[in-house]
Design a protein around this ligand. Structure first.
Ligand code: APR
Length: 252
């Protein structure tokens, strides 16, 4: 990350009325949650997503898929937001509106205190009925039954409230997210490879609407060619530095 890049990014954010932040799995990595594509410990390196993160996989073996999400949920609940999450909350003190659009299902942005979070891939902390779609109540941990809990309304299995491969993203969340990106002055993209659509569309949409695109990532990604400013580094280190530079530029 060059000092010039940092000052240019801080100046763009300091002058924005609406800052949208788009985060991927890399944003949670420093909290101890593996990304999807990490070769050594990435989630998809060890599991076949088609068997575990699809409706077909769930219907084929509900207990196995439920157990995998419970294992991930409890691991995520044991993790804490890092300084990068806190920096995004601090940006809310210097920018009139900060909206976070996240592909992450771990809830760390909300736990850090971000007040506007759009979870376009859903949340591991929510459950809903596999068939009637009614939101469900997760029973307390420590049930002796391996099968997933049942829907109080129709009796079908409850499933994790996440978007599985091949599923549509939540329509209302997507509509709100895309509308925010269309009218933001700055889109800050943190910790995503930019490989998975439609989230990968966001930097292109921002550029088409004359917004400045700033990327934070230790490695170049599919987003980098579309970014105006590339701040190379980890979210937990770059974002706090960026927030301090924004505060300086705003004289606060
Ligand atoms: N800080 C910032 N970025 C990081 C960090 C870090 N500390 N560590 C890794 N990264 C970057 C990696 O360089 C990579 O570009 O985070 C990105 C993670 O990319 P992916 O693993 O592809 O995660 P993501 O982009 O969120 O995946 C998109 O794929 O499987 C689906 O639904 C899943 O939402 C997920 C989607």
């Amino acid at each position: 990350m060059t000092p010039e890049g940092l000052e240019r990014a801080a100046s763009a954010i300091a002058g924005a009325r609406l800052l949208v932040v788009s985060t991927g799995a890399g944003m949670s990595r420093e909290s101890g949650i593996p990304t999807f594509r990490d070769a050594q410990d990435g989630l998809w390196a060890r599991f076949d997503p088609a068997e575990l993160a699809t409706e077909r996989g769930f219907r084929a073996d509900p207990a196995r898929v439920w157990a995998w999400y419970e294992y991930r949920r409890l691991r995520m609940a044991a993790c804490a937001p890092h300084a990068g999450h806190g920096a995004l909350v601090e940006l809310e003190w210097n920018v009139p509106q900060v909206a976070v659009i996240t592909q992450n299902i771990d809830g760390l942005h909300q736990r850090a205190g971000s007040t506007e979070v759009l979870e376009i891939h859903g949340s591991i902390h929510r459950v809903r009925c596999l068939d009637c779609g009614a939101p469900g109540e997760r029973p307390d941990v420590g049930r002796d039954d391996d099968d997933p809990p049942r829907c109080a309304r129709c009796g079908s299995y409850l499933r994790p409230g996440v978007v599985w491969f091949g599923e549509m993203l939540p329509e209302d969340v997507v509509r709100r997210a895309w509308a925010l990106v269309e009218r933001c002055e700055v889109l800050l993209v943190v910790g995503t490879s930019g490989l998975v659509w439609p989230a990968a569309e966001l930097p292109h949409l921002a550029r088409r609407n004359d917004a400045r695109v700033i990327e934070v990532n230790p490695e170049p990604s599919e987003v980098t060619p579309v970014a105006d400013i590339f701040l190379q580094g980890r979210a937990g280190e770059v974002l706090p530095t960026l927030v301090r530079a924004v505060a300086r530029q705003r004289g606060s």
